[in-house]
Design a protein around this ligand. Structure first.
Ligand SMILES: [Zn+2]
Length: 486
C-alpha cells in the first residue's frame, strides 16, 4: 500500500522547482492542477473547469465595476469584412500579420474574405455610426465579453501568448476629448483595482511610448507588472483612440451649436492572459496558490478515520460541511486515499484552507485548519470555525498581496547609468530609469539589451531638468519602466 501511495504521489506532484526551471514548472502545474488541456492546434488550449471558474469570478468583479459606472454589454459578430478592417490604415498595419481569414464557404471561394476578429473596433463602429446622431446620444459606452484570434507565430505560452483567448473589450464614444480622457483613466483605475484587490498583484500604471501604443490610438495607458519568471507583462490597456476611427468610419454628431462634429473614442480590455499572470505570481513548488477571493471552493474538509471510528467522524464531518456552505466546501470522504494523499492533491489544486478532522479532534471539540499559502496550522474549537474562516481568508488575501508587493519592489532596479541598466536586464530585473523620448534611441535600447522594451511611463513624472538619457546622452524627458517582457 505504502509503495503504491508513493508512486501515485509522484505522478500527481510537480517534479521540478519554480526557481530552477520556471517554464517546465508552469507547464506541469497547468496540467497537473487540471487547469489547462493542450490540443492538436498549437497555441489553442482548453480552459478546464478549475481555471474557468477563476475567469468567471474575475469577469463578475470587473463587470460590476463597469456597470456601476454606466457601461452596458452587447455582442457583435465574430467575422469582420476585409474592407472594414482596412478602413483605418495604422490599425490594419498593426494587426495584419496575425489576422486569421475565412476565405471559403464549403468549396466556394467567398467574394470578400472575412477576418476572425483580432479586436472589434472595425465591426462595432459601422453600427455606432448609425446609432449616433446628436450630442444627446453621447456618451455611448458598450462592452463585450468574447473570444479573439491573433495568429502569432512566436512560441506560444499557455494563457500568456495563445492564438485564441477570452477577453472583454469596451468601446466608448464621447463628445469631447476631455470626456474621453477622463474615462481612459477611470477604466485604468478599475483594472488596477481588479489586479490589486482580486488577483493580489501590484501593478504599475502609466502611458505607453509612441512606438508601443495600440495601432490606431492617440495614446495607450496600461497596467504592467513583473513576474517571478524575470519578465514583465502587460495586464490591461485603456486607449484614447482620438478621432482616427471616427473619421475613418464617419462617426459624427450634431452638437448644441447645430454643427456636425467628429466624435472621440476609447477602447479598453483585459483577457485570460491575466490568469497566466495570477498562476505565475503566487503559485509554488506544491502547485496552485489562489488568492481566496478568486477561489470558488474556499475550503476542503478532510476527515481522518479508521474503520472503528469511521461512522462517528464522518457524521460530525458532514455536519461541519453543512455549516460551512457559504464557503462552498469540498468534502473529501474518499475511502481509497490516505489523508496525506488528499492533502497533496488539494495543495496542488490550490484550495485556500484545509480543515483536518479526526477522532482526537472530536474528543477535544476542535478541527485543525491549514493555510495553503504558508502551511500554518492551527487548532480551532468547533464553536469558532465559522468566525475564524473569513478572518483567515482575508489575512491570506492580504499577505499574498504584501508578498507580491515586496517581490515587485525587490525586483526593481532604479538607475540612470547605462552600464547598470544592461546589468540589471541581464540579472532579470525591472528597470526604472529615464529616457530622451526619441524612437531611434528606444530601438537602440532594445537592440543593446537583447529585446528589453519600455513598458510604460508613470503618470506622475519627476522634474528631469539637467538629467541626461542614459543610452544616448541627450536631455532626458521621461521617467520609464524598462524590462524584458512577454
Ligand atoms: Zn536617448
Amino acid at each position: 500500500m505504502a509503495n503504491n501511495e508513493d508512486e501515485k504521489k509522484e505522478q500527481i506532484g510537480i517534479t521540478v522547482k519554480k526557481d530552477e526551471d520556471f517554464s517546465e514548472w508552469y507547464t506541469q502545474l497547468l496540467q497537473k492542477a487540471e487547469l489547462i488541456e493542450y490540443t492538436e492546434v498549437s497555441g489553442c488550449y482548453v480552459l478546464r473547469p478549475r481555471l474557468y471558474s477563476i475567469w468567471e469570478i474575475a469577469q463578475n468583479y470587473f463587470d460590476n465595476l463597469i456597470k456601476k459606472d454606466g457601461v452596458t454589454n452587447a455582442y457583435f459578430p465574430l467575422f469582420i469584412p476585409e474592407s472594414y478592417l482596412q478602413r483605418e490604415a495604422s490599425h490594419i498595419k498593426g494587426f495584419s500579420p496575425e489576422v486569421a481569414w475565412v476565405t471559403h464557404a464549403g468549396q466556394t471561394k467567398m467574394a470578400e474574405k472575412l477576418a476572425i476578429r483580432p479586436t472589434s473596433e472595425t465591426i462595432m463602429y459601422p453600427s455606432y455610426k448609425k446609432w449616433i446622431r446628436s450630442y444627446k446620444d453621447l456618451p455611448l459606452r458598450i462592452n463585450q465579453w468574447c473570444n479573439v484570434v491573433r495568429w502569432e507565430f512566436k512560441n506560444p505560452v499557455p494563457l500568456l501568448r495563445s492564438r485564441e483567448f477570452l477577453w472583454q473589450e469596451g468601446h466608448t464614444v464621447f463628445a469631447t476629448k476631455e470626456g474621453a480622457w477622463e474615462e481612459v483613466l477611470q477604466i485604468l483605475d478599475f483594472y488596477a483595482d481588479l489586479f490589486e484587490n482580486l488577483y493580489a498583484i501590484p501593478v504599475l500604471k502609466g502611458i505607453k511610448s509612441e512606438k508601443e501604443k495600440f495601432a490606431g490610438a492617440d495614446a495607450t495607458t496600461s497596467v504592467e507588472t513583473f513576474l517571478p519568471s524575470g519578465k514583465a507583462i502587460q495586464g490591461a490597456t485603456s486607449h484614447l483612440l482620438g478621432q482616427n476611427f471616427a473619421k475613418a468610419f464617419d462617426i459624427t454628431y450634431t452638437d448644441k451649436d447645430e454643427k456636425k462634429k467628429h466624435a472621440w473614442q476609447n477602447s479598453w480590455g483585459f483577457s485570460t492572459r491575466s490568469l497566466g499572470m495570477l498562476i505565475m505570481f503566487h503559485s509554488d513548488d506544491k502547485g496552485l496558490v489562489l488568492p481566496p477571493r478568486l477561489a470558488s471552493n474556499k475550503v476542503v474538509v478532510v476527515p481522518i478515520f479508521f474503520e472503528k471510528n469511521k461512522d462517528v467522524v464522518l457524521k460530525k464531518a458532514k455536519e461541519l460541511v453543512r455549516q460551512l456552505e457559504e464557503f462552498n466546501p469540498i468534502f473529501d470522504n474518499r475511502d481509497e486515499y490516505t489523508p496525506g494523499w488528499k492533502y497533496n492533491e488539494w495543495e496542488l489544486k490550490g484550495i485556500p484552507l484545509r480543515i483536518e478532522f479526526g477522532p482526537r479532534d472530536l474528543e477535544k471539540k476542535q478541527v485543525m485548519i491549514v493555510r495553503r499559502d504558508n502551511g500554518k496550522k492551527e487548532a480551532v474549537p468547533f464553536k469558532d470555525i465559522k468566525k475564524k474562516i473569513p478572518l483567515l481568508l482575508e489575512d491570506m488575501q492580504k499577505s499574498l498581496f504584501n508578498k507580491a508587493k515586496k517581490f515587485l519592489k525587490d525586483s526593481t532596479a532604479e538607475t540612470t547609468s547605462w552600464k547598470e541598466i544592461e546589468k540589471a536586464i541581464k540579472d532579470k530585473k525591472l528597470v526604472k530609469t529615464i529616457w530622451c523620448e526619441e524612437a531611434e534611441c528606444e530601438d537602440l535600447m532594445k537592440d543593446r539589451t537583447d529585446g528589453a522594451k519600455i513598458l510604460n511611463m508613470p503618470f506622475k513624472q519627476p522634474d528631469l531638468k539637467g538629467e541626461k538619457c542614459p543610452q544616448c546622452g541627450k536631455p532626458a524627458k521621461k521617467q520609464i519602466y524598462f524590462a524584458k517582457s512577454y
